[in-house]
Design a protein around this ligand. Structure first.
Ligand SMILES: [Mg+2]
Length: 267
């Protein structure tokens, strides 16, 4: 729907009360960060969800008021509530996040605009772009025994790996919105890994990552804003920008969906 606060004020007036319009204008004027603005917008536009404002136990909304509120909610594609404001789910929050995103008037983004630059993102390969386990699954039992705890030294293993779930689409989306590079470490004792990594990138991201592959044991030397990495090894933990700690087990960003939904706020 690509609604901005300005568009709502212009095209959805018939669904709004004077109070809501006044509150919306306030949100539009104030410059806050993304999360704060979402909260303010939610309060301004969907005040019926807050009990303290409705005093719901003693004084529920009249049928007429409930109908009006739900006409408005429907117009925005948000789920309806009952007379006490009950029934609100996450749909109003998601709606507000989208509106703030499209309004593009939150501090993080304004700062970037001031600097007038695309931010730089580095993306790790193993267990981020590349499904490391899928390579292990394809090597012989003999190699598995021979290399035991040093499976990343099996000759050719890196050429056998499949892309990580959601990685190709995710990387391409990053490319469209950020200055994006691959930053990976190839094992020192496995020379074929260095060429296999290049071949993997040529195979799966021929255009998006063309001449954008950096192989290094010193990731902290890469100058940029974000590093998406499942580990802190090889300098990743000392990266100067934000380390987006990726991975399913207790990390901050469980999968590519989580990464993109975070990065969307900064694009
Ligand atoms: Mg890794």
């Amino acid at each position: 729907m690509h609604l901005t606060i300005g568009k709502i004020l212009k095209e959805y007036k018939e669904y709004l009360t004077d109070y809501e319009i006044e509150q919306l204008r306030k949100v539009q004027r104030e410059k806050t960060d993304f999360a704060a603005q979402v909260k303010q917008l939610q309060l301004a536009l969907f005040a019926e969800e807050w009990d303290f404002m409705m005093d719901s136990a003693r004084n529920p909304m009249s049928q007429e008021a409930t109908n009006r509120v739900n006409r408005k909610r429907k117009a925005f594609g948000v789920n309806p509530v009952d007379a006490s404001g009950f029934g609100a789910d996450s749909s109003s929050k998601l709606f507000c996040e989208e509106v703030v995103r499209h309004t593009k008037n939150y501090n993080e983004l304004l700062e970037l605009k001031k600097r007038n630059a695309k931010q730089t993102v580095f993306v790790d390969m193993d267990s981020v772009l590349v499904d490391f386990q899928s390579g292990i699954d394809k090597i012989s039992e003999e190699d598995k025994l021979k290399y035991d705890k040093k499976l990343d030294e099996v000759p050719g293993i890196f050429s056998l790996m499949d892309p990580y779930d959601g990685a190709i689409e995710g990387y391409k989306w990053l490319c469209a919105n950020f200055d994006t590079y691959i930053l990976s470490t190839a094992p020192w004792e496995n020379p074929s890994a260095w060429s296999d990594k290049l071949l993997w990138v040529k195979k799966y991201l021929p255009k998006a990552a063309h001449k954008r592959l950096i192989l290094s044991h010193n990731k902290h030397l890469a100058k940029g804003d974000f590093l998406i990495d499942d580990r802190t090894a090889n300098g990743a933990g000392a990266f100067v920008g934000k380390h987006i700690h990726f991975g399913p087990e207790g990390k901050d960003f469980a999968d590519w969906k989580a990464v993109i939904s975070y990065m969307k706020n900064l694009a």
